[in-house]
Design a protein around this ligand. Structure first.
Ligand code: C2E
Ligand code: MG
Ligand code: MG
Ligand code: MG
Length: 291
């Protein structure tokens, strides 16, 4: 009967909520020990100068490989890490590791920069600025070669607070980028007054450029706006030669994407830097090889 069917659905519904909660709890439990057990690693995705096609730096991206859970994607564990209070220490681990790794590459004679993501919750702690400055000081890394990325939506949660927290770090020469631009709700006024050096256009805009004239117009407008505000621009998620050609024609400064390489372990990144990027005409084959 309809009544039984309804009850069954409720049972199934509760069952799936319970499973989700169980999974969450399991991930959370494992995450607490992940740092101590060296399960977290930092991958690097090359960032390319659009004009020259050369690697000029990278973005550091966190990876978690658990013995039972396998590789857990960032969208699954980073929000959890934020909720259960682990993000400050995980964020600091990523920063330390990236600077250490990039010091190695720089000692080999490659003048590369690195971009590190900062989670919204990291700003909510008053000690963020001092702790970050402490890590930077210990690293010996040239601070004008470091960029910290903050998502548009997390800036807009409390722009004044973000402003206060980043200014002392920026005074030391570190640059700041607005990440995932176009997906949050920026007030253009806030954007114009915040001390950001770089604007990263979200992948979702780049993705549909070939099919949609509207998308192309939006990307062009974002680039024009950034240029007028004297910000540098990075396009994320470049997968095709066509997307690259558009962005180059429109004056974007830098790009990242599978066209060159997905994020890779440090050893693979070093090898890529030494070898230089191959001709990108065979991009599909290349990114298969590197994935
Ligand atoms: P994000 O900072 O916007 O990073 C770019 C994401 O786009 C990365 O996903 C990268 O692998 C992916 N990507 C780059 N090029 C392409 C492409 O051509 N095609 C496609 N399909 N994807 C591309 P990933 O590594 O899975 O990271 C997802 C998000 O997780 C990041 O987005 C960032 O918000 C967060 N995240 C990753 N590592 C960290 C970290 O150390 N700290 C913090 N706070 N967040 C992190
Ligand atoms: Mg980022
Ligand atoms: Mg991004
Ligand atoms: Mg993004």
């Amino acid at each position: 009967t309809a009544k039984d069917a309804g009850r069954d659905q409720t049972v199934i519904f509760n069952e799936s909520i319970r499973q989700k909660a169980d999974e969450r709890e399991k991930i959370e439990r494992c995450l607490r020990t992940a740092l101590d057990h060296d399960e977290l690693t930092v991958f690097y995705q090359p960032k390319v100068d659009i004009e020259t096609g050369q690697i000029m730096g990278s973005e550091a991206l966190l990876r978690w490989e658990h013995p039972d859970l396998g590789s857990v994607p960032p969208w699954k564990f980073i929000p959890l890490a934020e909720e259960c209070g682990l993000m400050p220490s995980i964020g600091e681990f990523v920063l330390r590791q990236s600077l250490e790794d990039m010091n190695v590459v720089r000692k080999q004679g490659f003048d590369l920069s690195v971009a590190v993501n900062v989670a919204p919750i990291q700003f909510q702690s008053d000690s963020f600025t001092d702790r970050t400055l402490g890590i930077l000081g210990e690293s010996g890394f040239p601070l004008d070669k470091l960029e910290l990325e903050i998502t548009e939506s997390s800036i807009m949660e409390d722009p004044q607070r973000v402003y206060r927290q980043i200014v002392p770090i920026r005074d030391e020469g570190v640059e700041f980028a607005i990440d995932d631009f176009g997906t949050g709700y920026s007030s253009l006024n806030t954007l114009a007054t915040m001390p950001f050096d770089t604007l990263k256009i979200d992948r979702s805009f780049v993705m549909n450029m070939a099919e949609s004239e509207d998308r192309r117009v939006i990307v062009q407008l974002i680039l024009m706006m950034a240029q007028q505000l004297r910000m540098k621009t990075v396009a994320e998620g470049i997968e095709t030669r066509g997307q690259y050609d558009h962005l180059k024609a429109w004056g974007a400064n830098f790009a990242q994407g599978y066209l060159w390489s997905p994020p890779v372990p440090f050893a693979a990144f070093k090898a890529m830097v030494r070898a230089g990027l191959d001709d990108i005409d065979d991009a599909d084959e290349l990114s298969d090889k590197r994935r």
